[in-house]
Design a protein around this ligand. Structure first.
Ligand code: FNR
Length: 184
């Protein structure tokens, strides 16, 4: 049976390179994973005052969508050497209220992308720090720091750099093994 994997993209931009990468992964037939995007663009900024009997509907939907999947793949850019606030907000929403962290124990993978040379290393590792606290077993290897992201995609949003598409296939096969190794 296929594993259900939720993909969370750390950019809200319509032409986001991270979203393009997520869609390439989603459409790649080589993977034995059932992949779906989990949207984070409608989540009000986390505020404990909203954590009543009736938290915002979008929070409830997001939490339910994360609960439904076996694992999470984060595909994210870097903002100011860290995780974009929208992604951090989604993590905060999913982690709360106390004792009801929906990310608990879900295997995770991280792909970070940047038009620069460092492949959003800072975001990738700041994200890892949060995932330790969420108790998500994060795949260690292979690491994915994708540099020069503005040169990666053709006009149809397909990866045109062969080395990168080969790497992504390998990354996703490893991720599948990782989910299995985590006992699922
Ligand atoms: C950036 N960008 C950026 N890039 C990077 O490699 N390191 C960084 O610290 C930052 N910081 C940063 C801050 C802010 C506020 C913005 C808007 C952008 C550039 C960023 O990598 C680039 O815009 C990506 O294309 C954004 O990802 P998406 O939207 O294409 O997925």
């Amino acid at each position: 049976e296929q594993y259900k994997v939720g993909i969370i993209v750390g950019s809200l931009r319509k032409d986001s390179l991270s979203l393009k990468m997520a869609n390439c992964i989603r459409n790649s037939s080589s993977s034995n994973l059932n992949l779906r995007l989990i949207a984070i663009d409608q989540l009000p900024l986390y505020n404990e005052d909203l954590e009543t009997d009736m938290p915002p509907e979008s929070w409830q939907l997001f939490r339910a969508q994360v609960r439904q999947v076996d694992a999470i793949l984060f595909v994210t850019p870097e903002y100011n050497r860290s995780v974009p606030a929208v992604l951090k907000n989604a993590i905060d929403v999913g982690s709360a209220p106390h004792g009801q962290n929906v990310f608990e124990n879900k295997p995770a993978g991280i792909i970070s992308l940047s038009p620069g040379k460092m492949g959003a290393f800072g975001a990738n590792h700041h994200l890892r720090q949060s995932l330790v606290f969420l108790n998500m077993p994060v795949m260690q290897q292979p690491e994915a720091y994708i540099a020069n992201s503005q040169e990666l995609f053709d006009a149809n949003g397909m990866i045109k750099v062969e080395k990168t598409s080969t790497f992504i296939v390998k990354f996703m096969l490893s991720f599948e093994s990782w989910i299995k190794r985590c006992g699922l």
